[in-house]
Design a protein around this ligand. Structure first.
Ligand code: UD1
Length: 341
């Protein structure tokens, strides 16, 4: 056993893939998740993939008493990866207090427990949303953050600030924030993947559901952007590659007792892909035609963003590996499995 890792939000999309990679790397995992956007069956699937069952606790991290009880009962926790948060952009605009209360209080409660039980290491799930629409591409970690477009995005900015201030004030705690670009795809076993509640907001689940006949038609939001084919450009990162970046970040924290208190890294592929480009890659990879039409722009969308990954490559020694086609095929295989196709 290399260490005991608490993964908050460990049954969610990125969390579950990270638990698999942690267990495969020899770590012992404890999960806390309130199942607000996932199901307990994910724990079974993780066990099926890895042959090990993570220790699972169901509650919301706003409950400080439950969280303290978990830290107390768990014994020595070596590090925490904090995914647990609400993430629906549109809902956050309608219910900002729900988002601020949940996403900020969960982190604050976590730090209180880490301090009380002498847990030194944190990896935080951040997002390229903190950069807004940058002036210069690709974005490096030095690119200035911008005022968030949504309360959801702002919780990522404020959580990063809380971590910066807290690690500054507390010499015993060090942290790494990973700023994800657009995570897509599923585990090659097709046993875990992205399972959106209701109508998907994100592109790839909408694409796979349309190909599976669950949705009649995909709307492509805008073809009049200043990009080669007019559709928006993003950096789509394979979820297993992303999960591996968390394992490396954990190993870095456990190996280094004197990191500068807070580090952050972009996690993307470095390649910008348009919405229309992604659709043709999907058709190429899967042989499935996707019924789509071009509609107006979606409010709040930025035109283009992709990562400069040099810092993650050089400092973490992490590289994205999967091709876009492999990743889209994994998303399709997952969709087919859950639709029993
Ligand atoms: C969105 C969030 C971002 C969050 C991320 C988490 C918004 C504005 N941003 O990023 O804050 O961190 O998810 O994964 O919601 N598209 C279509 N048709 C669709 C869906 C999407 O054309 O039905 C296009 C979008 O216009 C965009 C691209 O696909 O150009 C990717 O969209 P999406 O998957 O929602 O991710 P982001 O908007 O980049």
């Amino acid at each position: 056993m290399k260490g005991k890792i608490l993964v908050t939000g460990g049954t969610g999309y990125i969390g579950s893939h990270t638990v698999v990679e942690l267990q495969n790397a020899g770590f012992e995992v404890i999960i806390v998740d309130d199942l607000s956007n996932s199901t307990a069956a994910v724990v079974d699937q993780i066990e099926q993939i890895t042959g090990k069952r993570p220790d699972f606790h169901q509650f919301n991290m706003q409950n400080l008493e439950r969280l303290e009880g978990l830290f107390k009962g768990a014994g020595n926790i070596d590090a925490v990866i904090h995914f647990a948060a609400y993430k629906a952009v549109g809902e956050s605009v309608e219910k900002p207090l729900l988002y601020y209360r949940n996403n900020l209080l969960s982190l604050i409660n976590l730090f209180e427990c880490m301090e009380k039980f002498s847990v030194r290491n944190l990896v935080f799930s951040s997002s390229c949303t903190v950069y807004g629409q940058p002036d210069k591409l690709p974005v490096t970690e030095q690119t200035p953050r911008q005022t968030a477009e949504s309360p959801y995005g702002n919780t990522k900015i404020v959580c990063e600030d809380i971590i910066r201030d807290y690690t500054h004030a507390n010499a015993n705690i060090q942290a790494i924030a990973l700023r994800y670009f657009n995570p897509i795809g599923a585990h090659p076993s097709a046993l875990i993947g992205e399972l959106p509640n209701g109508v998907p907001n994100n592109l790839v689940p909408f694409v796979t559901q349309t190909a599976a006949g669950v949705r009649a038609q995909l709307s492509v939001f805008g073809n009049d952007y200043n990009t080669p084919d007019g559709s928006c450009i993003r950096d789509y990162i394979n979820v297993v590659d992303l999960a591996k970046a968390h394992v490396i970040a954990i190993e870095r924290l456990l190996d280094h007792k004197n990191l500068s208190a807070f580090e952050y890294f972009n996690v993307g592929t470095g390649a910008g892909v348009s919405v229309l480009g992604l659709l043709s890659a999907f058709e190429q990879a899967t042989g499935q035609k996707v019924n789509f039409k071009i509609v107006g722009r979606r409010a709040g969308d930025i035109e283009k963003i992709y990562a400069d990954t040099a810092k993650a490559n050089e400092v973490l020694g992490w590289h994205s590996e999967a091709t876009l086609e492999e990743t889209l095929l994994s998303a399709w295989n997952w969709e087919k499995r859950i639709r029993k196709m």
